[in-house]
Ligand binder design. Structure first.
Ligand SMILES: Cc1ncc(COP(=O)(O)O)c(C=O)c1O
Length: 389
């Protein structure tokens, strides 16, 4: 990075982190290196593998540019870049868990993380246990001598429960467990997990870093203690990402700060507006004073991104579908973090500990970059169709 200031602001960091243009003849952006083979100048260098790049799976100037950018944002010792956000979850779990180990996973976790734990980790002989998102320091009562990993995600997927990450990390450390966090919702712009005791920070870069609903990518960042093992597993698994996708995410980072400001502002305005609407029983957004995790969010996070949920006032699937089918601006789709508004009817059938009767259907809303007035009008259409507008 080229900035002269000792502690640059987040947007300065986003603008300049990663590659140094001087490394590539002054071109502002790094080259997109398509590579399997890397040539060596002579047999001795080849035998010793004594040069910076040795094979495409082990990094290129393009993947290094993104990894170094994420390190600057996360404050991490090293970052691996993997082909999806889901791979960013599975690779560190495979790195630090072995047969006979016990893993604690928050019950409000992204569903495919649970699926991986319940199928593959269980098959490999790992004991999987879920805990309530609000557990905080109480996690100590669930720790066992073989607990190797505590997996966190805050706020929780779809229901947006906050977790007391510093308290959980402190307790986990006393038992020697590795603390992981899926930090996709906040991005490093609004939360830096490693500064709160987390060892491994996970991102679906598919979301806000990519920002345009056209790329799948994941990043995993580790502190100095855990970086060598994470890197070794990345090489062992060969889970490298394609250069075009890596480049697109680096490109997306440059504007992520300003996009997030807009996502945050619009989502908060709409969350407040929805809180008072007929037909809406609750709004689940940690930035609202009414949210049970608001104090933790305020203490630890410096902002909120653009995704939250609403609870309709009673009814079931029919009402949820009426709401969704009346929307004309919102797309119906599962991912998020792109420029466009999206909605989905949330399914919570997988929960085992954080089971709750919300009293009506949950609709998750990703608030895009459209004008708030237009988004409001669309939501009003949905509420009217749901019979409550
Ligand atoms: C919190 C969270 N983590 C990870 C992922 C996985 O990302 P990807 O779609 O890139 O596999 C998602 C995707 O929705 C997510 O919401």
């Amino acid at each position: 990075m080229n900035t002269k200031t000792p502690t640059p602001g987040i947007n300065t960091l986003l603008t300049h982190c990663g590659n140094d243009p001087r490394d590539f003849f002054g071109f502002v952006n790094p080259p997109v290196v398509h590579a399997s083979t890397v040539l060596f100048p002579d047999a001795a260098t080849m035998a010793a593998r004594d040069q910076k790049y040795t094979y495409g799976t082990r990094g290129t100037p393009t993947s290094d540019a993104l990894a170094e950018a994420i390190d600057a944002l996360e404050g991490s010792a090293g970052t691996i870049v993997v082909p999806s956000g889901l791979a960013a979850v599975t690779v560190p779990l495979l790195t630090f868990l072995s047969a006979g180990d016990h893993v604690l996973i928050v019950d409000s976790v992204y569903h495919p993380t649970r699926n991986f734990a319940d199928t593959m980790l269980t098959r490999l002989g790992v004991e999987v246990q879920y805990y309530a998102p609000e557990i905080g320091a109480g996690i100590a009562s669930l720790m066992k001598s073989n607990t190797r990993v505590v997996f966190t995600e805050a706020p929780g997927s779809n229901t947006f429960e906050m977790q007391d990450i510093p308290a959980i990390a402190k307790a986990a450390k006393q038992w020697g467990a590795v603390v992981m966090m899926d930090n996709t919702w906040a991005t490093p712009v609004y939360f830096r997990p490693l500064e709160h005791g987390v060892d491994i920070s996970i991102h679906a870069a598919t979301k806000y870093p990519a920002g345009h609903s056209d790329v799948l990518l994941g990043t995993v960042s580790a502190n100095a203690e855990h970086w060598p093992k994470l890197l070794a597993t990345h090489h062992t698994l060969g889970a490298c990402a394609g250069p075009d996708d890596v480049y697109q995410v680096l490109r997306g980072l440059r504007t992520m700060g300003v996009r997030l400001e807009r996502h945050q502002q619009s989502a908060l305005e709409l969350a407040h507006w929805l809180e008072g609407r007929d037909g809406v029983a609750r709004v689940l957004h940690p930035g609202l004073e009414s949210h049970p995790g608001h104090a933790i969010w305020k203490r630890d996070f410096s902002g909120a991104s653009g995704i939250f949920s609403i609870v309709l006032d009673g009814g079931g699937t029919e009402k949820a579908h009426a709401f969704l089918d009346a929307l004309t601006l919102f797309g119906l789709g599962y991912s998020w973090g792109g420029y466009e508004s999206l909605a989905v009817h949330v399914w919570l059938g997988d929960r085992t500990v954080a089971k709750k009767d919300y009293g009506g259907p949950l609709i998750r809303l990703q608030i895009g970059l459209e004008d708030v007035a237009d988004i409001k009008a669309d939501l009003q259409r949905g509420l009217a169709a749901a019979g409550s507008g």
